[in-house]
Design a binder for this molecule. Structure first.
Ligand code: SAM
Length: 279
């Protein structure tokens, strides 16, 4: 296995700094630097981009991002134990790594980064979906980022890229497809991590669209989709009954049969239905 930089192997870093993994922080570390470099490459050419990384931990992916040429990496880590190990990486890549100690859910970093910005992270599973939803639903579109390359549990990754008619299709797939092109670019078995999680993982790459795929008001679309999938086994004329007295007419006008179920309706028709409430 070839070294990607002159820093010590990650097992040594973990032993030196006493970084035993904590479940409460979703710590499943990637220790194979060739694998972290491969994840960095799956985000595309990093040379002209700033990268936001959430949860660098002992820094395996951080090192991959820097070795692959990211212009600048800004890493936010909640676990203060990791900071000395990250400082060593910073010293090896002068002026290219900024580290912030804190909770990624509380910190707005946009002012510290210059476009184009990519977000690349082996996310802590407990906050992954929350962060993705925030990045896909900012106050204004297009967002501050060009692409997201994110590790999720395989089951969550499937929900992000799901298409109508599949069991995984729901709110997350609709939000992702409305504003991005999303695809799974890598599968990882539990053995790729230390300690191994119980489930398989996958890396999803999402590219921001310049404008949403179909016109609709974001809040209205989310409200309609949340109602529709809140009772996904019900026909839409029943699950959406409370939205308007003429819901059946609105469904038909949007190209949806009132007897259809949410999981069979594509994004374009959900957007048409949402527009009927803002007309
Ligand atoms: N990037 C490292 C790797 O690939 O080996 C670690 C990934 S581990 C799955 C998730 C990391 O996110 C841990 O280092 C954990 O301490 C950190 N973390 C957990 N919750 C966080 C939060 N709310 N904000 C920032 N970092 C967090």
């Amino acid at each position: 296995m070839s070294a990607i930089d002159a820093l010590p192997p990650l097992r040594e870093v973990i032993a030196t700094h006493g970084l035993s993994a904590r479940k409460s922080l979703g710590q499943n570390f990637l220790l194979d630097l060739n694998l972290t470099a491969k994840i960095a490459r799956s985000a595309g050419d990093l040379s002209g981009s700033d990268v936001l990384e959430i949860g660098p931990g002992p820094g395996g992916l951080t090192r991959g991002l820097l070795a692959e040429g990211a212009r600048k990496v800004l890493s936010i880590e909640k676990d203060a134990r990791c900071l000395p190990a990250l400082e060593e990486i910073r010293a090896a890549y002068p002026d290219r790594l900024e580290i912030i100690e804190g909770d990624a859910l509380d910190i707005d970093v946009t002012a510290r980064l210059t476009s184009p910005i990519r977000i690349i992270a082996n996310l802590p599973y407990n906050v992954g979906t929350e962060l993705l939803t925030r990045w896909l639903d900012p106050p204004a579109w297009p967002p501050f980022w060009e692409s997201l390359t994110l590790m999720f549990q395989r089951e969550v990754a499937e929900r992000i890229v799901a298409t109508p008619g599949s069991k995984a299709y729901g709110r997350l797939a609709i939000l992702a497809a409305w504003r991005s092109d999303a695809r799974i670019v890598m599968d990882l078995s539990p053995q790729a991590f230390t300690p191994p999680p119980k489930v398989h993982s996958a890396v999803v790459h999402l590219t921001a669209l310049p404008a949403p795929r179909y016109p609709a008001d974001a809040k209205t679309l989310q409200m309609v989709v949340a109602r529709a999938f809140g009772q996904r086994r019900k026909m839409l004329r029943a699950s959406l009954k409370g939205l308007a007295p003429d819901i059946e007419d609105r469904l038909l006008a949007a190209g949806i049969q009132p007897t259809d179920r949410a999981e069979t309706v594509d994004l374009e028709r959900f957007c048409a239905l949402a527009r009927s409430f803002n007309a």
